[in-house]
Ligand binder design. Structure first.
Ligand SMILES: NC(=O)c1ccc[n+]([C@@H]2O[C@H](COP(=O)([O-])OP(=O)(O)OC[C@H]3O[C@@H](n4cnc5c(N)ncnc54)[C@H](O)[C@@H]3O)[C@@H](O)[C@H]2O)c1
Length: 444
């Protein structure tokens, strides 16, 4: 007898399964391209009409995704839409919408709940729905499942076994590391936790076509918590080296030399590096999803709070160090001309979400500095949820006119030797000038 699982698996293996990906951003678009490369019919859903239009015109709005890749996907059947009724044609839907924090540092899940409410009227028996957005343990069972069950017109429930009919729901965290070329995306093991074994099996069968290794876990909550553990581990270790950096500076020890020596240990140590503060859509945000949820259980996540405190302080530390360096030259920060090098939250990417550069520029301006920036990835920067800069990119020339040049993002294309030679003072927050010996450099 052919089971529902056999049918789904057959459609997947024959590449007849139609896949919908909701949220055509940094996570959803590359995922759509991976499935498309595997000859699946992929539909990308997004509420942003400009993105839908760009994709359907064969263009891209993410620097590392070339328009040719979109056009190749189009030839394999990829198209974008903002019309949720097309969910009805899908065999599987993967949700990759944003999960930011609100102004009180609490989880802001309106994108997830809004997506689920919009798609619920169009779901059908046997549909696989996977949430990939990073969130606290419990989201899939507590927010996604009830909305799907209440919002669909057929009275469908979530199927917990392979024998039951209904919807199959799972959580599978995205583990991409933007800009990291050392691991191919399909070599990153994929953790999958379904609401019952049926959903885990179906989701594993689907992801198994593009990821070499699937790691099934017993529930969506385990999968949700796995992602948070990974990011909290990074957040806490970055805070540790940020704190030790400040101590090392007082003691006249180079923290980078220490880390370089420590990482020669072949076991039990992983290198993390200090910097001007956390950035990106994950590390500064995700840990607070867990600390918020923990309160429901009358529990305080002290490591997360302490790491958050240290990491949030880092842009202020950079300003203090810059002020002190200018002071040595008998210059006040107020009125000084400062060039900030790099807006992106990390090297060689076009993403400035939560970037410490934004905070640093705002702090410099507050203190009366005259600030310009250079970043080849951002011709201009306007305003976002947490900043309002309204600036355009300054060419990397005539550096001697600035009282200080601050390296906040260590893009590989910069010629750091030339930058140091031409500048009066260089504040290096990334150890980008490690091989340059000059009294003009202040490393912090
Ligand atoms: N960017 C990363 O490197 C990364 C890595 C791991 C996990 N994540 C997680 O993945 C999720 C998505 O992140 P991202 O970086 O791709 O975000 P993004 O902002 O780049 O993309 C999200 C997309 O979703 C769209 N969207 C919002 N609401 C929608 C709706 N109701 N229906 C359809 N589309 C909608 C937006 O227009 C946008 O295009 C987040 O939870 C994030 O924490 C991101």
């Amino acid at each position: 007898m052919t089971t529902r699982f056999d049918e789904f698996k057959h459609r997947v293996e024959a590449r007849e399964a139609r896949i919908g990906i909701i949220g055509m951003g940094y996570v959803g678009l590359p995922l759509a391209l991976l499935f498309s490369e595997e000859r699946f019919q992929v539909t990308g859903f997004d509420v942003d009409d400009a993105k839908v239009e760009t994709l359907n015109a064969g263009g891209s709005y993410i620097v590392r995704i070339l328009p040719e890749s979109i056009q190749q996907a189009q030839r394999a059947g990829f198209r974008a839409t903002s019309d949720y009724s097309e969910i009805a044609r899908m065999d599987a839907v993967i949700i990759c919408v944003p999960t930011p924090l609100d102004e009180y540092h609490a989880p802001f899940l309106d994108f997830v709940t809004g997506t689920v409410e919009s798609m619920a009227p169009f779901v059908h028996d046997g549909l696989l729905i996977v949430l990939e957005s990073t969130t606290y343990p419990g989201t899939t069972e507590e927010l996604v499942v009830p909305r799907l069950e209440a919002g669909n017109p057929h009275g469908l429930k979530v199927a917990r076994t392979l024998e039951e009919s209904g919807l199959h729901v799972a959580f599978s965290p995205e583990r991409e590391d933007p800009g990291n070329e050392t691991v191919a995306r399909n070599d990153i093991p994929k953790v999958v936790g379904g609401c019952g074994p049926a959903a885990t099996e179906l989701a594993s069968a689907l992801y198994g076509t593009i990821f070499r290794r699937i790691v099934p876990v017993s529930s969506p909550a385990v999968a949700e918590m796995t992602k948070l553990l990974e990011n909290i581990y990074r957040c806490v270790n970055i805070a540790l080296v940020n704190e030790l950096k400040q101590l090392c500076m007082r003691m006249g020890i180079d923290i980078h030399e220490v880390i370089g020596a420590a990482k020669t240990k072949p076991f039990g140590f992983q290198a993390f590096y200090p910097g001007p503060g956390l950035g990106g859509h994950c590390i500064p945000i995700d840990p607070f999803y867990l600390s918020w949820k923990a309160k429901q259980f009358d529990f305080r996540t002290r490591f997360i709070e302490l790491a958050g405190e240290i990491n949030t302080f880092m842009p202020y530390f950079v300003i203090d160090q810059t002020t002190a360096a200018l002071n040595k030259l008998r210059k006040p920060l107020n009125g000084s001309k400062i060039l900030v090098l790099g807006l992106a939250y990390k090297r060689d990417i076009d993403d400035l979400r939560e970037s410490p550069s934004l905070t640093i520029i705002e702090l410099l301006r507050e203190k009366g500095a005259n600030v310009a920036y250079n970043d080849p990835y951002f011709p201009k920067v306007g305003h976002g949820r947490h900043y309002d800069l309204n600036m355009t990119n300054t060419p990397l020339e005539n550096l001697g006119q600035y009282d200080a040049v601050m390296i906040v993002t260590d893009h590989s294309d910069y010629d750091y030797r030339a930058i140091v030679e031409q500048s009066q003072l260089v504040v290096d927050t990334r150890n980008a000038t490690k091989n340059i010996d000059s009294a003009k450099i202040v490393r912090c």
